[in-house]
Design a protein around this ligand. Structure first.
Ligand code: F6P
Length: 538
């Protein structure tokens, strides 16, 4: 963020009216409310190697027309251009959000240079057989994408293994270090800001661990990926092992930068190259496909209708591929950090509910966990994700998996009416009993979902899948009029954490702690959790 001296004097964006105030919104709302929700029309979009079936989403000619009008009034085409060409789209931080440049086949010279450096670094480490273990330290956007990749493609792994440490919970670093040979471990510290408390504390523990083990030059086993190379340098990371990226790469989009060094060292550089290619192909689809066949745009419109009109407050991600279990937290950060906002760029209330809560787990486990609620409880919009081809040797398992995925989606869409149930039960039970039991067996149906089909789980398809969600989120933010690239909501908690730690410090030094600075419950727990040496009233 620019400092106050260089901050623009005027509010940069004031032409983003609240969605609820737009006549185009009213038209969209009416159309969504009256649209077909029973899957009457087959709607499959082919995009970047994937097939995306929106048949189970609200659909009608009026809805299509209203969607186009809504995108027009929100200046979609110009905004898409701004995003893809590196214009300022993150207005509250006055910067671009140009992660698409990181996956360009012919990127800017600075991006190309860093890509080459990374490749050479990994190739050299491989040819010298340096390091058996990678300890990756980072959190949020500096973590989830790597976990996702390693879990998805770990089976292609090289001779190195990898551990991830994100949480400040000491059990995380304890588990991360346990069993590793310090003399053969490279510690990768990934942090855009290089100020994130969890990451710096864990990195410090790792450094102490290297020193304690008698490693002669522990700093030589450190690698940093950051937009603040000077701080990494101060931490002790050798200059040639610092991989910089840029302010215009948002933390939750930084996976496409050199942050992927840890996966390159473990599952290989080809995996990352494939993911970049897949993501780029989705970027191109997003840039060029007409609105009615533009997958991110159509997913976004359906998502807005589900959340802001039809009242589904959450999006369930049911991925029918157990290798993708980290996709849910990855998408939680992408969607909820981007869309968990309530004011427009102009600073006014949006006027309608915005980003849904995102949650889920792989199917079929999910079916035995929360699907009951999806079918007969409040319900959620659902994204079903499945691969056409599996990579194991039991074809029948895959057929069963796919059958489950298709069946759950059909059940949500079609439902089962009281009359249908009654006629089934009525054949074998007495009337009164059948009428009573039938009420418990009704499925409402008309519950919206997407079916996203990957031909196979490959780096290419995973890359395009992630980019699909990134662009969907961008379009939804555009419609809601919010900034998807900032995250001011995470700051207050960080400030209060520092305050609490400062209070404990003051207590330890016998200084007074202002009771008024906390609510009564926090005061109570501050006292109860105070370090053992400190027991005084606050
Ligand atoms: O959760 C807030 C956040 O800033 C995320 O946006 C980011 O991915 C994460 O913290 C880690 O930040 P950094 O990469 O700067 O350590």
């Amino acid at each position: 963020m620019k400092d106050s001296a260089t901050r623009p004097a005027a509010v940069p964006v004031n032409d983003v009216p609240a969605l609820s105030a737009l006549p185009e919104w009213q038209q969209f709302k009416d159309a969504a409310e009256t649209a077909d929700r029973k899957g009457g029309t087959l709607r499959v979009i082919e995009a970047a190697g994937m097939s995306i079936d929106l048949s189970a989403q609200p659909h009608s000619d009026a809805f299509t027309e209203a969607s186009h009008a809504l995108l027009r009034v929100r200046n979609f085409k110009q905004m898409r251009r701004d995003l893809l060409e590196g214009g300022i789209v993150n207005h509250t931080e006055d910067r671009a959000a140009w992660h698409t440049m990181l996956r360009e086949p012919s990127p800017t010279p600075e991006v190309a240079h860093e890509r080459t450096r990374l490749l050479q670094f990994v190739q050299r480490a491989d040819s010298e057989r340096r390091w058996r273990h990678v300890l990756h330290i980072g959190i949020g956007g500096s973590d989830w994408g790597l976990r996702l990749t390693v879990a998805a493609f770990g089976y292609t792994g090289t001779w190195r293994d990898i551990r991830f440490v994100a949480n400040i919970d000491g059990h995380a670093i304890e588990g991360g270090l346990s069993g590793l040979n310090p003399h053969e471990t490279v510690v990768v510290i990934a942090s855009k800001s290089f100020t994130t408390a969890e990451t710096l504390e864990n990195a410090q523990r790792a450094l102490e661990w290297l020193r304690a083990a008698g490693v002669k030059y522990p700093e030589r086993q450190l690698v940093a990926v950051t937009a603040r190379p000077a701080i990494a340098r101060k931490f002790g990371v050798p200059k040639d092992q610092i991989f910089p990226f840029w302010d215009w790469v948002g933390g939750r989009f930084s996976f496409w930068s050199s942050v992927c060094v840890s996966t390159a060292l473990t599952v290989g550089t080809d995996v990352m190259a494939g993911m970049l290619a897949g993501a780029h192909s989705m970027d191109e689809h997003f840039r060029t496909a007409p609105i009615h066949r533009n997958a991110p745009v159509q997913l976004a419109l359906a998502g807005v209708a589900n959340r802001s009109v039809l009242g589904f407050s959450s999006l369930n991600v049911s991925v029918y591929d157990s290798r993708l279990f980290h996709l849910v937290p990855y998408l939680q950060q992408l969607e909820m950090e981007s869309l968990g906002k309530s004011v427009t760029l102009a600073g006014e209330p949006v006027g309608v509910p915005t980003g849904p809560a995102v949650w889920g787990m792989p199917g079929t486990d999910a079916q035995h966990t929360f699907f009951q609620w999806l079918h007969q409880g409040d319900g959620a919009a659902v994204d079903f994700i499945v691969c056409q081809q599996a990579d194991h040797r039991w074809p029948d398992h895959h057929q069963q998996l796919v059958a489950n995925c298709l069946a759950q989606r059909e059940a949500l869409l079609r439902g089962k009416s009281y009359d249908e149930v009654l006629s089934e039960i009525g054949k074998t039970s007495d009337r009164e009993y059948a009428e009573w039991l039938a009420k418990h067996k009704v499925y409402e149906g008309g519950r919206p979902s997407n079916l996203i089909v990957l031909p196979r789980l490959s780096p290419y398809t995973l890359g395009s899948l992630i980019a699909l969600y990134e662009h969907k989120v961008f379009v939804q933010a555009l419609i809601w009029g919010i900034n998807p690239f900032d995250q001011w909501g995470v700051e207050l908690g960080k400030t209060l954490t520092s305050q609490i730690r400062k209070d404990w410090q003051n207590m330890a030094e016998g200084k007074a702690v202002s009771a008024a600075s906390h609510d009564v419950s926090t005061q109570h727990w501050l006292q109860r959790f105070a370090p053992p040496s400190v027991q005084q009233d606050i």
